[in-house]
Write a protein that binds this ligand. Structure first.
Ligand SMILES: *Cc1c(COP(=O)(O)O)cnc(C)c1O
Length: 240
């Protein structure tokens, strides 16, 4: 996630050249994203709310499956419930080929004081135009086919089992590290990755793991002074 680009005032990615980025904090106790709160802030200032759920889309899909099946109500953990636009990559926890998806609201807007009654969302043409002809090259048909299969699989009950197992594996890694006395950001994990705060130790772990053929990646942790010298590593499914 890109807010780190703002740290130290250095612009190190294209995103930070086009956008002005501000980091946000999460609830110290729960570490959760509070989509409802983001919605309230956006409404207050008349902004759109976009969630890039690239990392967690597989978990979101699994949760939504569970909701549809009536097992659990997880409305507050569902970005679709609150955001105007939801974007995701497809090759992280969603388990597809490398690609992306953009979801946007369509049709009538919910009634609001001081707004015309027949207001409709106008994202469709703008987003489609921004993709093509503005940005995208030719279609990658092989990828579209494998993507369709990934989405079909994400709708299956087998996928929920898979998503739960991904989480269980990472929770186990997190517990093991904590038992060994190491420090994890948020003190553990409830998703598909752990962020290991190595600042007490110095960040040589990525290099050492690399030498042992274990792939982890350096990752900024809250409080780092620059994204160019990240204080942690990320372990789990698709940390990159
Ligand atoms: C991974 C990721 C992307 C882009 O993924 P690529 O692998 O570079 O295509 C975009 N947004 C978020 C939040 C991500 O985690």
């Amino acid at each position: 996630m890109d807010p780190v680009d703002a740290w130290g005032g250095k612009k190190i990615s294209a995103t930070s050249i086009y956008f002005e980025i501000f980091p946000y904090k999460v609830n110290q106790e729960t570490g959760d994203w509070d989509y409802k709160k983001f919605r309230e802030v956006a409404d207050k200032i008349g902004a759109y709310l976009l969630c890039d759920m690239a990392h967690i889309s597989g978990l979101v899909a699994a949760q939504i499956n569970l909701c549809i099946l009536g097992f659990r109500k997880l409305k507050t953990a569902d970005p679709f419930e609150y955001c105007d636009i939801v974007t995701t990559t497809t090759h992280k926890s969603l388990r597809g080929p490398r690609a992306g998806m953009i979801f946007y609201r369509k049709g009538p807007k919910p009634p609001k004081k001081g707004k015309p009654e027949d207001a409709v969302y106008d994202f469709e043409d703008k987003i489609n135009f921004a993709i093509f002809p503005s940005l995208q090259g030719g279609p990658h048909n092989h990828q579209i086919g494998s993507f369709a299969i990934a989405l079909k699989q994400a709708m299956s009950t087998g996928f929920e089992a898979y998503a739960k197992q991904v989480k269980a594996n990472v929770v186990a890694i997190g517990k093991y590290l904590i038992d060994k006395g190491y420090k994890l950001v948020t003190g553990g994990t409830e998703n598909h990755l752990v962020l290991w705060d190595l600042r007490p130790l110095g960040n040589k772990v990525e290099k050492l793991c690399d030498l042992c053929n274990i792939i982890v990646n350096k990752n900024a942790v809250f409080g780092d002074s620059s994204a160019l010298a990240p204080g942690g590593v990320c372990i789990g499914k698709y940390c990159n």
